[in-house]
Write a protein that binds this ligand. Sequence first.
Ligand SMILES: Cc1cc2nc3c(=O)[nH]c(=O)nc-3n(C[C@H](O)[C@H](O)[C@H](O)COP(=O)(O)OP(=O)(O)OC[C@H]3O[C@@H](n4cnc5c(N)ncnc54)[C@H](O)[C@@H]3O)c2cc1C
Length: 477
Amino acid sequence: MPLKVATLDNDCTTLSDQVLEDFIRQLRGVVLREDDPEYEKSRRVWNGMIDCYPAMIVRCAGTSDVMAVVKFARAHNLRVSVRGGGHNVAGKAVCDQGMVIDLGLMNSVWVDHQVPSVRVQAGARLADVDEKTSSLGLAVPVGVVSRTGVAGLTLHGGLGWLLRRDGLTVDNLLALEVVTAEGKRIVVNAREHADLFWALRGGGGNFGVVTSFEYRLRPIESKVWFAAVLYPYAQAQKAIAFWRDFMTTAPEELSSFCVLRGRPMQAAGHKIPRQPVVAFLACYSGPFDRGEEAIRPLREWSTPIADFSGPKDYHLQVQRLFDKDYPEGRCYYWDSLFFNDLDTRTIKIIAEHAEHCVSPLSSVNVWALGGAMNHVAPSATAFGKRDCKFMVAVEANWEGSEGAPANMAWAIDLVDALRPVSRPGVYLNFPGAAAGLQSLVKGSYDGNFAKLQEIKKRYDPDNMWRGNFNIVPECDA
Ligand SMILES: Cc1cc2nc3c(=O)[nH]c(=O)nc-3n(C[C@H](O)[C@H](O)[C@H](O)COP(=O)(O)OP(=O)(O)OC[C@H]3O[C@@H](n4cnc5c(N)ncnc54)[C@H](O)[C@@H]3O)c2cc1C
């Protein structure tokens, strides 16, 4: 049957049987259409709010498939999206009526013991990397939920438990393999396509399809000291102020975020008291025998409701601690803001607003930044917000799509209240609905935006890669 597919210019084209057959014959992977039994599962992404019906989903089996798909999409001017792990909260991995370039089958991980480094195919999840590196006492600094896709997380920065010791995920990148908008395979590193290497360290999916990432591996002891201390919500404002001061002088081996749960918590698999809480979470990645002392102030700040702190296996426990709290198919709306500092007024807004969250699954997470992330100059990579000390992630999480208006309104109201006192832009891995606006994309990159536009013009002048947080090649924003 001929297939109608949306084009880049919001029109539609019809692909004949013959054209499709010739295309499919070039591939090792599979093409799914609406009548395929695998289609329904494959069109879904992690966020249950996203309900896109692509005309076709191409499940690529390797780089040569990606090259063939890009050439085909280009020849027919098709609307495309690129799917790594499918965990982008805004659902950018899929597109209505267009073609999804799905990299999920490409999830191999190879360790090079000499460097040491690891090469990771772009469909891998964080857990795939952890599995290969855990027995070696090595890690890639990635995010805090192991089901998340490596690709999307890396391309917009990557914040996690080793952030203050080893920097952003992109600070640990050595090289990438990329298929360009022309369908050419190139290797990108500090020597080859150095401009693109700069742009891909924060610039998202704007420049081509990344088929693999090579990261420097960092040493990690198998056991680390982890803090998970819960205090009554009534103390939230004082708790955040204490935590802010503590993290300002804390060792760089300590990475932490502070979680506000304004409604009695439901946390899968955790024995949590049923009352609103403010929680300090922290991971100490320095020498094990110094860890208990490093997290002690967080545990002794006041009288906790519960304290789950202790030594934990880094790969098997810490990296998977929150997996069950973010199941696939639940409804999610997240947004984020960066701050130079958190003054008393800002803390008050956060604490008062978080208390009135609609769903008991929702939270506001305040991340401490700084440390190694700060040692890299803001202009050294595309990632724009290195000098900020804190990031606030607003997470509306709820069951049942009918709850969308109220839950989203809660998150949007808080972001609106904080916007005047925050830095411009968002963390594009925790984007709100407005992150599609060019002004917000521009704000997210600070002084790096103009250079990103230049590089976009060089590698994707026709803006083929636009189904993302788009850096428009020609635009004054
Ligand atoms: C439960 C959960 C926990 C999270 N925790 C963290 C965290 O601790 N730290 C953090 O920094 N972030 C975190 N995130 C955010 C996460 O980094 C983003 O959602 C990211 O987009 C996920 O990557 P993905 O490959 O699954 O994305 P996808 O949804 O597959 O892709 C998102 C977009 O990225 C681009 N893209 C993906 N793959 C490629 C590729 N190979 N080549 C070119 N472009 C590509 C495309 O534009 C695509 O539309 C979390 C997200 C979730 C859902």
